[in-house]
Design a protein around this ligand. Sequence first.
Ligand code: AMP
Length: 588
Amino acid sequence: MKYLKLAEFYEEAGGTTKRLEKIEILSKFLKQLDERDRDVLYLLMGDIYPEYDDRKIGISNQLALKCIAKSTGINEKDVLKEWRNIGDLGKVAEKLVSNKKQSTLRSQVLTTSKVIDNLRRLPRLIGKGTVSKKVSLITELLTSASSLEALYLVRTLIGDLRIGVKESTIRDSISSAFFNREDGASKKIQDAIDKTNDIAAVFDIAGKKKLSGFNKLKLEVGKPIKVMLAGKALTIKDAFVSVGKPCAVEYKYDGFRMLIHKDGEKIMFFTRNLENVSNQFPEIVGYIKKYVKGKSFVLDSEAVGFNKKTKEYRPFQEISQRIRRKYNIEKLQDELPVELTVFDILFYEGKSLLSEPFEKRSALVRKIVQNHPYKIVTSKQIITSDEKKAEAFYKKALGDNQEGAMFKNLSAGYQPGRRVGHMLKIKPESKDLDLVITGGEYGTGKRSGWLSSFILSCRGKKGEFLEVGKMGTGIKEKPTVLPSSVKDAERKEKSTLDTGADISFNELTEKLKPYFLKESGRTVKIKPKIVVSVTYQEIQKSPNYNSGFALRFPRFTALRPDRSANSVSTLEELKKDYDSQKRNWRYG
Ligand code: AMP
């Protein structure tokens, strides 16, 4: 298929903000898509492989800029100037290519398969000469591109398509294109997406126009699955109303989510972002082999840090480095040990358990996992209808340094990727949010050269990012100086990867730099990528931010490398916090 056709589709879909119109446009596009064009589905999502695949395009703005310069023959400084003026690198490419194309002819017609081919080579490149190889692969595409194609090629490269097509838009468009929006079609398609995390695999089946075809799709051990997410309850009473009585109440552990896959001898770990972290936790491989019965399974769990000497549990931010760190794993394993707390199971001995009731899944977990404290345990749980008992249990969890409690409906299935009303979390008066950085301001004096305040955003109803305040505290003035005995590789990793709670202004600025979108004066707009946990004193209504709210005294507590921008706190959650805060004032 010609890439131009896809670019025209992007343009048309991006031209409307109305969801139904988008669905109509996409559904028309899907209908005329050939089976062989299945990879175009990945491009629609701004990707080159299925969502579960680790290989991403990963091109920085700076590199894209270099490629635009090279392919248009304009010098980098001038391209940079254009970028400062226009603020959208895609639009810069569109303009510069259009200027150039008046004088020269295009060398080749671009096809989607050529685009995919070249883009797929990018993540494979490693070692010496990588940058120039990347530049030549991209430049080859850009020199064949029309101005419209250049616009979307560049936006694809930097991961910012801006056409407002989300997974749910594709789901509903498939339903409309191939199933006439038949009752239940959207749900079946969504289930299929959740099970496979592969939109093209779902498209293959949809093209045959038989809903029953989706039954063939199965969970696969070894392929990451999205986790089920919890809703939020403000009081224990509310929690019981939502999940019903009796229900399971469990400790809400303060660690990070891990899905454990075992397929015979092969054991793999994935985070809630589908990231493969199998190599980072060798000790857990041992626990799984020794203490969990079964040849093949997928377990849902929380890895919780503890102090080796005192055996006290530690908050997430103190152990967050373990997720990304690739060097000196053994040392880290010794310094920051984790206990695996298993609370659910999705697959066992060849069979999916997604539609089994929680009660059964939970019982199976307790049957196959042998408890060995500070290695692997099952979540602490009671089953009760009694609010007083639930409250005492919740208080005990807090006393044990954990975050709160989870309330779980006993008969509900497991819904990957959904925030569900049948699993609810309850935490003390919430003063803690995960937010994404979407802007910053350069400091002055001893902080000049770095961003010294950071704009925080939550997510709105349509997935847009809404500003909620500026954060400047909780961050250190200077980076930690590492002793000279620390090797270069480790040093590099420590400075660029997550340093947990211990980060300085300049380290955080460096971390954000690849995502700078536009600088004007001292302020910078930043692509929503880096997620942070913050505490705050209270929420106020405010006209200063487009969310309508402002956090008072937000304070940085940790980077959240395990979270993506679209999993940050929502405006709804902020509103709830705001309301509950009002309630407390009123009732003391
Ligand atoms: P939150 O991160 O505040 O949205 O709360 C949900 C998270 O709590 C889940 O994603 C898990 O990582 C974590 N969690 C801790 N303990 C449990 C538990 N017993 N059951 C389910 N999730 C838990």
